[in-house]
Design a protein around this ligand. Structure first.
Ligand code: NAD
Length: 440
């Protein structure tokens, strides 16, 4: 079994570390955030990810997973270093902020005194891998024996453990053939299940990740553009999506119209791709991503306008309840969450907004002090003038509309995810609105 390090213990890194330990590898995980390392070392996973707390607890108990803030520990104990730090959007432009990547490599490289392999998993602008490979050679004592493999990550929050243990493909961008076998040993378990392995150069491996995200973002905005056309004509976007989805060239997934995409990946990744394409002289070819981003952001304005119209034109003093604020169900990630953005916009326009979410309420009030939080759906909807269903947690699908009607002031609901059953809600006396299909 291999001796691995995982650098960065966020959504990606902690999941990767625990999964690699569960496959039998010896893993040391490092983060520069001392408080986070203390918390995780004590067995607390600082975010909601199904199955991860049990996996982390088991890995810690088996002593195959340890945590540190010491780069010396990492360099001493591991031969293969997985780079899992963040690459958020820059505060000054739409490009990726690579300071975490640079910081990690500059800390690690001078300590690589024996042949080592760094494996990049963060999502980066094409060209970054070559810079890291060159830096490792230039700045590590092991010099040309410090290698890099680019191994983009495709996990989905909410399914992160499953996706890491059973990925649908493994992509390796390499510059030394010998490194392929090293990674085949690390990933022996998923490869043994028949997971396709794609070996390429660095730029192809980097581009695979951003191409996948650009495609998915475009698919969502495509259906949302048609949702507006459906609203303008009385057509039904769900029926339309079902019908085109039967075409296997199109497929039904990622064709659910609604308030659009968010989270820590898709929005910043399509912006970083446009910025990088512009640097490389192919900006115009990626103008469609600007349109995809604009369509996506316009969903949020559209919901705010719909709320205003439903309340007779003014938000001032209106009591609005938002069900679901994470960017998607089964995650507590609120980075660039469309639901939270809508809640904040409504509040900024004078509404009293109460939010409910099964997992994502922690941290909301620190960042959005004007939003009230409620621990139960019943408390959240009490006396509401309007209810918004914005993140499709499973538990919201089984709400009892009759019971909720007895609690609200006005039985008006906007289903921003187009999943609540029209007959069930309207028969219970609710006025229901969707995005792209007729309501009641
Ligand atoms: P995150 O912000 O949750 O985690 C990043 C971690 O890196 C943080 O804990 C931070 O403290 C740590 N860090 C920062 N600088 C460091 C340094 N110099 N050395 C060591 N640790 C450092 O981010 P994330 O969501 O885990 O994403 C990480 C990367 O993976 C990003 O590039 C992202 O695009 C990519 N990715 C994320 C997902 C996902 O679903 N979250 C999926 C695929 C790919």
């Amino acid at each position: 079994m291999a001796k691995l390090s995982v650098i960065g213990t966020g959504y990606l890194g902690l999941t990767h570390a625990a999964c690699m330990a569960s496959l039998g590898h010896e893993v040391i995980a490092l983060d520069v955030d001392t408080a986070k390392i203390q918390l995780i070392s004590a067995g607390t996973v600082p975010f909601h990810e199904p199955g991860l707390p049990a996996l982390v607890a088991h890995a810690i108990a088996s002593r195959r997973l340890t945590f540190t803030t010491s780069w010396d520990d990492v360099a001493e104990q591991a031969d293969i270093h997985f780079l899992c730090v963040g690459t958020p959007q820059s505060a000054y432009s739409e490009a990726a902020d690579l300071s975490q990547v640079r910081g990690a490599i500059q800390s690690l490289a001078p300590l690589l005194t024996r042949p080592s392999l760094v494996v990049g998993k963060s999502t980066v602008p094409v060209g970054t891998a070559q810079w890291i490979a060159d830096t490792l050679v230039a700045e590590s004592p092991a010099g040309v024996d410090s290698h890099l493999v680019w191994n983009p990550e495709f996990l989905r929050e909410g399914f992160a453990v499953e996706d890491t243990l059973h990925p649908d493909r493994i992509v390796l961008g390499v510059s030394h053939e010998s490194d392929i076998d090293t990674l085949k040993d690390v990933y022996a378990s998923p490869l043994g299940e028949g997971t396709p392995l794609i070996v390429s150069d660095y730029p192809t491996a980097e581009l695979v990740k951003v191409a996948a995200n650009a495609f998915l973002a475009t698919k969502i905005s495509f259906i949302n553009a048609f949702a507006d056309l459906c609203d303008a004509t009385g057509a039904n976007i769900t029926t339309l999506a079902d019908a085109i989805g039967y075409d296997t060239r199109i497929g039904r997934r990622f064709l659910n119209a609604g308030i659009g995409f968010g989270g820590g990946c898709l929005p910043k990744d399509i912006r970083a791709l446009q910025a990088r394409a512009a640097e490389l002289g192919v900006a115009e070819q990626f103008d469609f991503l600007r349109a995809a981003d604009d369509i996506n952001l316009s969903r949020r304005t559209k919901v705010v306008e719909l709320v205003k119209a439903s309340l007779g034109g003014s938000l001032e003093g209106a009591r609005v309840t938002v069900l679901g604020i994470s960017f998607k169900p089964d995650s507590d990630d609120i980075r660039d969450s469309p639901a939270l953005s809508i809640a904040a916009e409504l509040s900024g326009n004078g509404a009293h907004v109460t939010v409910h979410d099964p997992e994502a309420l922690h941290g909301v009030q620190a960042r959005y002090p004007d939003l009230a939080t409620a621990e139960t759906v019943n408390a959240a909807v009490t006396d509401a003038d309007i209810v918004l269903h914005l993140t499709e947690w499973k538990e919201y699908r089984t709400l009892n509309p009759a019971e909720l009607k007895s609690l609200v002031k006005n039985p008006i609901i906007i289903d921003g995810r187009n999943v609540l059953d029209l007959d069930t809600w309207s028969n219970a006396g609710w006025t229901v609105s969707y995005l792209g299909k007729p309501g009641s």
